[in-house]
Design a protein around this ligand. Structure first.
Ligand SMILES: [Fe+2]
Ligand SMILES: [Fe+2]
Length: 214
């Protein structure tokens, strides 16, 4: 059974190789798809540079979000994810090692935009539950970008037969998903409710009879 399957499909990135059963011999050796592999490797490296920049930018952006947040639950979630993000930077460096390349960051325009947007939201929203809700919204957009990036990177690594990289990328991908879910939880549990109450309070403040409320 030398050539049980002849892959006549000339496309570089068909996602048909999902089954793990017989994918052992498909490393990036000089097989017929060697060209495709080297092109995919290039793309993999480019994506890696992009997310490396993004993660490093986030290690500076998340502390600003923490400073602007008021909900303890939100602050805790952000602090935890900041610690994770610092480890994720190192994980990306390890993936560079796996492919024998120097860790290099390349500016990620998308992440730069998401971070700018977060800063804009923090300026525009009043401090308190409103700003907290804004931070969550911006934070979730960031997480979704990361989930998309790491999902792609993991798939590329799998196709390229880079098992060690798959593990590293998947570990981060799981953290990004958990961070996103945590933010949803925080929003649902308290902040959005408080934000809507604050709005009600503002309306009440306009009435002159301002006895202390409890
Ligand atoms: Fe991250
Ligand atoms: Fe993240």
């Amino acid at each position: 059974m030398a050539n049980s399957k002849t892959n006549s499909n000339g496309r570089a990135n068909s996602s048909g190789s999902k089954s793990k059963s017989g994918s052992n011999g498909t490393s990036s050796k000089n097989s017929s798809n060697g060209m495709q592999s080297s092109q995919l490797m290039k793309l993999f490296e480019e994506e890696l540079k992009d997310i490396y920049w993004a993660e490093k930018a986030l290690t500076k952006a998340i502390p600003k979000m923490i400073k602007n947040a008021t909900s303890e639950e939100l602050i805790e979630a952000l602090e935890n994810h900041l610690a994770e993000t610092e480890e994720q930077v190192k994980r990306v460096e390890q993936v560079f090692e796996v492919i024998g390349k120097k860790a290099t960051a390349k500016k990620c325009d998308a992440m730069e935009g998401l971070i700018k947007e977060a800063e804009g939201i923090m300026e525009a929203c009043e401090v308190g539950a409103m700003r907290d809700a804004g931070i969550i919204s911006a934070g979730q957009k960031v997480e979704h970008y990361e989930i998309a990036s790491y999902g792609t990177l993991r798939q590329f690594a799998e196709t390229l037969g880079l098992d060690e990289a798959v593990e590293l990328l998947e570990a981060t991908l799981d953290e990004e998903k958990a961070a996103d879910e945590k933010l949803t939880e925080v929003a649902v549990s308290a902040i959005n409710i408080q934000a809507s109450q604050e709005e009600d309070d503002e309306e009440e403040e306009e009435e002159p009879a301002g006895k202390k409320s409890r």
